[in-house]
Design a protein around this ligand. Sequence first.
Ligand SMILES: Cc1cc2nc3c(=O)[nH]c(=O)nc-3n(C[C@H](O)[C@H](O)[C@H](O)COP(=O)(O)OP(=O)(O)OC[C@H]3O[C@@H](n4cnc5c(N)ncnc54)[C@H](O)[C@@H]3O)c2cc1C
Length: 396
Amino acid sequence: MTDRAKDYDAIVVGAGIAGSGMAAALAGQGWRTLLLDRGRLPQHKACGEFLSPESADSLAWLGCEGLAERLGAVPITRVRLLASGGAELSFSLRSPAQGISRFALDEALREDAAAKGADIRAGVTVREIRPLPEGGWAVETDGEDGPASLLARAAFGAWGRQRAPGRPASLRQDGREGSVSVRGRAPGRIGRKTQLEGVPLTDAVELYLFDGGYAGVAPVEGGRTNVAAVLDARLGRSGALRGSEWLEAVAARHPPLADRLAGGRPVTGSDSSAAPIRPSRDPVAWGAVPHIGDAAIVVPPLCGDGMAMALRSVRLCAPLADAYLRGAVSLDGWRDAYARALRREFRAPARRGGLLQAALLQPRLAAALLRAGALAPGIAAQLFHATRVGEAPPPR
Ligand SMILES: Cc1cc2nc3c(=O)[nH]c(=O)nc-3n(C[C@H](O)[C@H](O)[C@H](O)COP(=O)(O)OP(=O)(O)OC[C@H]3O[C@@H](n4cnc5c(N)ncnc54)[C@H](O)[C@@H]3O)c2cc1C
């Protein structure tokens, strides 16, 4: 491969948590790194904004220890689950989580990547990524300045839940380079999020379960409360789900949630939605390029560990990418080691999380589980912790 011909050592597609973390890790090693995002940045994202305790060690690994705290994050020490019929369960987290907006957190991670030397371009959509026969990748983009073709020695898919650039809407990658398989039949759920002012703050993340989905309520910086919901297709199709009106439709299904949010004022511009949401069964480490974050695995949002997993995937992939760029490991070696690491760390917690979310989204079962959990909160806390990335079984 003639490196002289390559514009960058690394191009990272998607400047969310995973992409910015990867760009920071590679630029920090001295690699010429470009981070691209199709959105206008910074932006609000459909997310519960519960930064789980499992994120802390990956942030520290990136040199961003205490970042959320510096941004004014609110410590969260408890989880409260409330069924619409009145059953309730509460337990303590093993160590504090942070309530922090994606608007602030993603921007801070991008700033960190820029400070370490990464070039960042927003408003640039990647249309296609092609491995080149002589090694490296061609990245086809479209932005304000029109289409462009960039060459990189390594490229990374950090495009979140969206399909890979250049892939038809109904198909997804199945993990084998260049091949595709038909996506699952179940209709995806949709995600909504709005921040509110004027809602009393607590030290808990609260999950309100109702027929048709759930809503997560978490305190974030600046005295605001973030409300994020995952809703089934019935509610998603409802005409009431425009702007922040979705909050009223959802609160009508859960009287304690309506009481909790009473008097809250939606923060203009904070609404965001995401669709479809289809948690993955297994990680897909690699398509045409290595995948990180949600591009590799979408974990059930109810578990609130997606950001931690996104950061962990960076931590697993970046050292291998660095070794590849140094010529210390082959492309096949990188791909195999990364796929093994993702399976080892993510498979079990993602599956347990899927089971937990599926159970809690069935109103009667959820109520029964909360009542049983209230009798044995220690066991309930253990179940919750088993869905976390840090709790995956050790490698065999
Ligand atoms: C409703 C909901 C609630 C959630 N709550 C929580 C929670 O409380 N805690 C938690 O830890 N996790 C939560 N999650 C999960 C969490 O939001 C994700 O795991 C996390 O956003 C993954 O980060 P990422 O960087 O992989 O992807 P993203 O943050 O989605 O970033 C992907 C980026 O790629 C860009 N992009 C996409 N395609 C292209 C392209 N072709 N060209 C250029 N750019 C492109 C997008 O613009 C985007 O900025 C929730 C998710 C949902 C949907």
